[in-house]
Design a protein around this ligand. Sequence first.
Ligand SMILES: [Zn+2]
Length: 381
Amino acid sequence: MKTNILLTLYLLIPFSLTAQNEKELNIRILISGNNKQVTLNTYGDVIVSDASARKFRLVPNATYIMKPDSDNFLYLSKEKLSSPVDFYVPDGKNFLKINGKRYRGRLTAISHKDGYINVVEEIPFEKYLMGVLAPEMGPDWPLEALKAQAVASRTYAARLIRKGSDYDIGSDTAHQVYTGMEKINDKIIQAVNSTKGEVLYYNGRMITAFFHACCGGRTTTPSSAFSGDIIKPLRGVSDPYCKTSNHYEWEIEIPQDELLSFIQKKGSTALKLNSVKIFSKDKSGRAVKLSFYTDKGVFKAETKDLRKEFGAFEFKSTFITKVEKIKKEYVFYGKGWGHGVGMCQEGAKNMAQKGFNYKKILSFYYPGARITDIAKFFSYK
Ligand SMILES: [Zn+2]
């Protein structure tokens, strides 16, 4: 692959940057956030248009490096362009890569004065959902579980549309994971198309349809995991369906000196840690606070802060069942993976395998919520 190729002026063939159907509902996704450098690969034609209305065509099969200059300019390889800069694949079939992942929508790179670039993709809403199902569940998951995820993800994202300035939604676990065109197969396309426009609502409003990897036997309320109102569909249920999941039970060993520095960062003056116990639990059984017994008395810390400190992939949930001291380490035994609110994906998978359809899965995890057409909440179509 050629690298560092300059832009060529694009003058001859007319094209339109507003070819999208205006009636279609689009969503803007932050596909690369707060990066000091972004890699762009072209395959076929890519049209670039900057804020000064200069238009270029990029060289096919090339690699370009984007770097911020100031809040008004960015570099695309050696070319200085006015931010924001739009990228558009004119034939609609092709794609370009950003940081190694394929995207097909219209992309905008925005330079910020703090020295980083955001890249936002704007894409029809239903197509966006295909890029969510692939990483959030996977192309080999059962169809009815994928359909349940499509409705949950559609509802979750719909509440964020037109709320942000540069973009509507992120592409990592802070919202829901989106990886562009990667790993989309026929089953995923079918799951989205066969539930087209379907969203969950309760009391006349779309719900915030939270979901997570595995609940460990009981889901919890948003107020327990983050904050917010408790509505019936998000009150939490007992889940017998995820017991066979690999994430149902887990443990993590943390050296005592790392726990000591964690509580010191949180404000403790302790120099020695003697033991750790669960201080309080929410209704679902998740540990809200832990007590750290030290040479300077008892220090209490939130379990969710411990998760943040030691990593959500290792410290999988706040559903701690036991803490044990073994020599110079503490072993935390826990259940489930994720915040535990809304649909349990591992449970949904098992329900689908047992023959439940997606509507049954959704009504189990969001009791009282009903399905309606998204057009009820958006003035389009
Ligand atoms: Zn579960």
